[in-house]
Write a protein that binds this ligand. Structure first.
Ligand SMILES: [Fe+2]
Ligand SMILES: [Fe+2]
Length: 281
């Protein structure tokens, strides 16, 4: 099973780039084209929040049109730049699994890996939250999974990443949240967005993962007290591959034209040549 994780499109109304000059819509379309070019195609695509930049209906219309080019199932969850109602109204036609009301969380049980999407949005705030109601819902869904391998996806990471600007806008959780995750070793990954660059760490006896953005990245800045600044490093997406022996393996795929794939033509001085010669004759 191959799961692509796109994140943080930050789509804008046509002709109005993000932050003055970032063409996030073009970047989103390039991301979709890159997924379409994958062989084999992924079984499904996750989009982990901030699909729109300002949560405007016209932004969701642009997202809906871009995602409609993907022939495989696509599962979306909101981020802090989304507006829950506009998100649901704008995307539900192409995404009928979205709940009719309340939090936009859901379970997809159609694949080898169970997918649980969590809604971490607090309307009007940069950070997010798994409140008591959402934690209870999550615990009930985990209990129903009977130990099947599970990928949890959400916008705001529920863990520190040791970057001051990012840790200022995390997902707040109760102390019980990490214990709940740790009590379910079938959770292969807690896959997030929001921080616009690839990050991994151990979290609650599983792996916490942050996917890069399909548009602008957040510059890595490890100085204490610094705020987030964006940078036009290569856009990318995550590819999570389920292997029955290895479990879930996560890759980062940059988006762009990096030239053709080339064969390794090894120099005769390469140490492995001697062994190859013996093996071949
Ligand atoms: Fe974002
Ligand atoms: Fe965000």
């Amino acid at each position: 099973m191959i799961i692509v994780q796109l994140s943080d499109f930050h789509a804008r109304p046509n002709g109005r780039p993000a932050y003055g000059d970032v063409d996030t819509n073009a970047a989103m379309r390039r991301a979709v084209e890159a997924v379409l070019a994958m062989e084999p195609h992924p079984d499904c695509v996750l989009v982990t929040g901030d699909l729109a930049d300002c949560g405007l209906p016209e932004e969701y219309a642009i997202v809906q049109e871009a995602l409609a080019a993907l022939p495989m199932p696509v599962y979306v969850i909101p981020g802090n730049h989304d507006r829950r109602e506009n998100f649901a109204n704008g995307l539900r036609a192409g995404h009928p699994y979205l709940p009719e009301s309340g939090f936009l969380h859901y379970v997809i049980d159609d694949f080898t890996v169970r997918l649980i999407g969590l809604d971490t949005v607090i309307a009007g705030e940069d950070g997010g939250e798994i409140c008591a109601e959402r934690e209870v819902w999550f615990a009930e869904r985990l209990a129903e999974g009977e130990g099947r391998p599970t990928l949890v996806f959400m916008h705001h990471p529920p863990f520190r990443v040791a970057v001051a600007g990012m840790d200022a806008i995390p997902c707040r959780t109760s102390p019980g949240f990490a214990a709940l995750v740790a009590a379910h070793p079938e959770i292969e990954r807690v896959a997030c967005g929001h921080y616009h660059r690839p990050i991994q760490r151990r979290f609650a006896k599983t792996m916490g993962y942050v996917a890069p953005s399909s548009a602008h990245q957040v510059a890595l800045d490890l100085r204490p007290g610094e705020s987030n600044r964006f940078i036009l490093e290569p856009p990318a997406f995550a590819v999570h591959v389920w292997d029955p022996e290895a479990g879930l393996v996560s890759h980062v795929q940059p988006i762009g034209d990096f030239g053709p794939r080339r064969e390794f033509v090894l120099d005769p001085a390469y140490p492995g040549h001697a062994i190859r010669g013996e093996q071949n004759g």
